[in-house]
Design a protein around this ligand. Structure first.
Ligand code: CTP
Ligand code: MG
Length: 230
């Protein structure tokens, strides 16, 4: 077992909430596909190799976008959980840690990736980047009538990449699948095994692009980064 860390990029979703005719991971931000931004972010953060789970019909198209030797493209599954499981099978056996990242989060800074990796190296088995909740949180009944105010001090917004001991994540997702569960974030499957999940500070640039409005926001954040005096 080496101490190397690989990245997994989930890019096999259909992007239904975004709309449009192409899978979301192939939508361009500043002239570059979201999946390519995501691969670069993981590489900037120190991942030694990367596996992309792509829509099965678009494997070769995604391979052409990421031609580097250290990127492996595999066909994803019908759910995010299955896409992660497919990608993990392509991670070399001697890799100790994996960072699972959404292609839909193209602008996560390398520093966040490095912070997740550093927490793993320091001994955590599972690490996620999080941000505080700033809005007042309300619970409602099925009619939409407010039933209470939820204390937000213990709430966090979870981002990716989420980092894990590789063997632990493989087992967690196998067991989640066997139970018939479908997790939207990998940390949930690991937490279900009773494992503590650590947190590190996330970053607003790690936003997930779900709708066209999110793409416009990401564009604005990029412009700000490229033109720091504006
Ligand atoms: N994903 C995946 N395989 C799936 C479903 C989702 O790899 N079967 C990936 C998406 O490509 C995305 C990430 O998981 O990068 C987060 O999912 P989400 O934002 O929900 O993307 P989509 O599933 O593509 O969007 P939607 O739910 O609107 O269809
Ligand atoms: Mg989805």
């Amino acid at each position: 077992m080496t101490t190397s860390c690989w990245g997994v990029v989930c890019a096999a979703g259909r992007g239904e909430r975004f709309g449009g005719s192409r899978p979301k991971a192939l939508i361009e931000l500043a002239g570059t596909a979201l999946v390519v931004h995501a691969v670069r972010a993981l590489r900037d953060g120190g991942c030694a190799g990367i596996v992309v789970a792509a829509p099965a019909a678009l494997n070769s198209e995604v391979s052409r976008l990421v031609p580097d030797l250290d990127v492996v493209v595999v066909g994803g599954g019908a759910t995010r959980q299955n896409s992660v499981r497919a990608a993990l099978q392509a991670v070399p056996d001697d890799v100790r840690w994996v960072l699972v990242h959404d292609a839909a989060r193209p602008l996560v800074p390398g520093a966040v990736v490095q912070a997740v990796r550093a927490a793993l190296v320091a001994g955590a088995a599972a690490v996620i980047p999080v941000l505080p909740v700033v809005d007042t949180m309300k619970s409602v009944d099925p009619d939409g009538t407010v039933t209470g105010t939820v204390d937000r001090t213990a709430l966090r917004r979870a981002q990716t990449p989420q980092g894990f001991e590789r063997d632990l994540l493989v087992r967690a997702l196998e067991e989640s699948t066997a139970r018939g569960d479908e997790v939207t974030d990998d940390a949930e499957a690991v937490a279900a095994l009773g494992i503590s999940v650590r947190t590190v500070p996330g970053d607003e640039r790690g936003l997930k692009i779900t709708t066209p409005a999110d793409l416009a926001l990401a564009q604005a954040l990029l412009g700000h980064r490229d033109n720091p005096t504006q």
